[in-house]
Write a protein that binds this ligand. Structure first.
Ligand code: ADP
Ligand code: NG1
Length: 458
């Protein structure tokens, strides 16, 4: 039987963050929290924008996380507060339908995604009342999964408050599904690693069925995260869903061209499975079937034999209805080549050849080039930062997470770590006062952390 997220009895006084949060909670609500729910952010080492195409990814949890102090009552309300004054208090009645406003993705809607997911899963007519104070240390909209950590923390807290039980895999699947209420059509990597992470190991996350396998990273190098200090909120923009839509259309075009019933396929991985082809064969097929010039709506509708109305309702999302052109060749090429790189990365970690660090670095560099040139999900600041990281001693450096801003992850030989940090600091952060002010939380070494859990006071 697969395990639930662990519960830890802990001496709150021994942990400064828990103690501070407890104090804030008591000042705010005049009572003590019953428990704390914890969910980490993540850094994806390789496998970008392929989870929603059905392909495996290779992330690890980071130390930065969302932590919520929670009390439970029969007050009939869920009250949310945040240690960061930028995120305003919010209260909802347990008797009300939970409505998520996609047009206006405020912080409490992410929390409510998790609440709604649990409510629907268990068919809970009247949720337990909860008072919460949320504390987050993950830089938001920076590709380290602050949104998913918040949704996972809320799902876990709601499950605990309503005395329900789910395995870690079931919770990860539930939170991946319910985060889509905010409007972004993500693939499930973030919620999976938040629940399935274990200290000391990165994970290969595979989908359908969801599973996580340990990936032991080489001893000779460390992973360093650096934030380019450009934020990109996925739910408030359409960049992310545009890519999801382009992959969905490429799937149908490839399926159709190879004589499959294209109406059955939504993910690029399904086409590969059905055709029993290798990833290399899929890359050849992309060149044969799709042209590099952008496709118009008319061309796609004609090729697939669908009406414009069906195209809008079945293929586009609410926030991509305005799209007129679609780069199918480039997006499919990225996805199949990136899926192959993930398997190669895992293979190097498993077989440990003498030149492991260089091989992994090369794969990370290829991944960044593909994200930048084929998937077009980087930005000038992030490209500049990646170049600086490589010139400062990293063997590999790439954007991590959704992109269009946010963080790079670099693989740095242990003996170069200090000089690397100094050089990146001097080249990227110090020359710009805004970046310099953010440097402490923007440039840091990271190690594989543990997964979501509940803490109870000893
Ligand atoms: P990410 O790439 O970090 O997942 P998103 O743009 O998807 O970024 O989501 C960021 C949003 O998540 C923020 O705008 C905010 O609404 C929410 N969020 C992130 N961190 C916190 C926090 N500490 N407290 C409350 N909400 C947060
Ligand atoms: P972040 O980095 O949290 O914006 C997003 C998606 C992932 C994945 C990556 C790109 C969500 C919640 N997360 O992550 O599923 O597609 O982009 O690899 O949509």
């Amino acid at each position: 039987m697969e395990a639930n997220p662990p519960k830890f009895k802990t001496a709150i006084t021994a942990n400064e963050r828990l103690q501070n949060l407890k104090n804030t909670f008591e000042t705010k609500y005049g009572e003590s929290p019953l428990f704390f729910a914890y969910a980490p952010g993540r850094v994806n080492l390789i496998g970008e924008h392929i989870d929603y195409c059905g392909y495996s990814v290779l992330p690890m949890a980071i130390e930065q996380s969302i932590l919520s102090a929670v009390s439970v009552s029969n007050s009939g309300t869920i009250t949310l507060a945040n240690t960061n004054p930028q995120y305003k208090d919010f209260t909802v009645l347990c008797s009300e339908d939970i409505v998520i406003d996609r047009e206006n993705p405020k912080w409490h809607y992410y929390f409510l995604c998790g609440v709604k997911g649990i409510q629907e899963k268990f068919g809970i007519a009247s949720l337990a009342g909860m008072s919460c104070v949320v504390d987050g240390t993950i830089p938001p909209s920076s590709g380290l999964s602050s949104s998913s950590a918040l949704v996972c923390c809320a799902g876990l807290a709601t499950m605990e408050a309503n005395q329900k039980s789910l395995s870690k895999v079931a919770l990860a699947e539930l939170c991946a599904k319910c985060e889509r209420y905010i409007g972004t059509e993500g693939g499930g990597m973030d919620q999976s690693i938040s629940f399935l992470a274990e200290t000391g190991t990165a994970k290969l996350i595979e989908f359908q069925p969801l599973r996580a396998t340990d990936v032991k990273l080489p001893d000779g190098a460390v992973f360093v995260i650096s934030n380019c200090c450009v934020e990109m909120n996925k739910a408030a923009s359409s960049h992310f869903n545009i890519r999801v839509v382009e992959c969905r259309i490429a799937t149908k075009m490839l399926a159709h061209a190879r004589g499959l019933d294209s109406s059955r396929f939504l993910k690029l991985a399904q086409v590969q499975t059905e055709l029993k082809a290798s990833l290399e064969e899929m890359l050849v097929m992309v060149d044969e079937v799709l042209h590099p010039e952008p496709y118009s709506r008319e061309e796609i509708c004609k090729a697939l034999g669908v009406t414009s109305e069906l195209f809008n309702t079945e293929l586009l999302s609410a926030n991509t209805q305005h799209m007129t052109h679609f780069k199918l060749h480039q997006r499919a090429k990225h996805v199949y080549s990136e899926a192959a790189r993930v398997l190669q990365f895992k293979n190097v970690c498993d077989t440990k050849p003498a030149e492991s660090v260089r091989l992994l670095g090369d794969l990370m560099n290829q991944s960044h080039a593909s994200c930048r040139d084929l998937y077009e999900c980087s930005c000038p600041e992030l490209d500049q930062l990646v170049d600086i990281c490589l010139n400062s001693g990293a063997v590999g450096s790439r954007l991590t997470g959704a992109g269009w801003g946010g963080c790079a992850v670099s693989m740095v030989p242990c003996e170069k770590m200090e000089s690397f940090l100094k050089a990146v600091r001097e080249a990227y952060y110090l020359p710009d006062p805004r970046r310099a002010a953010m440097e402490k939380q923007s440039l840091f070494v990271t190690k594989p952390g543990g997964g979501a859990s509940i803490f109870l006071e000893e």
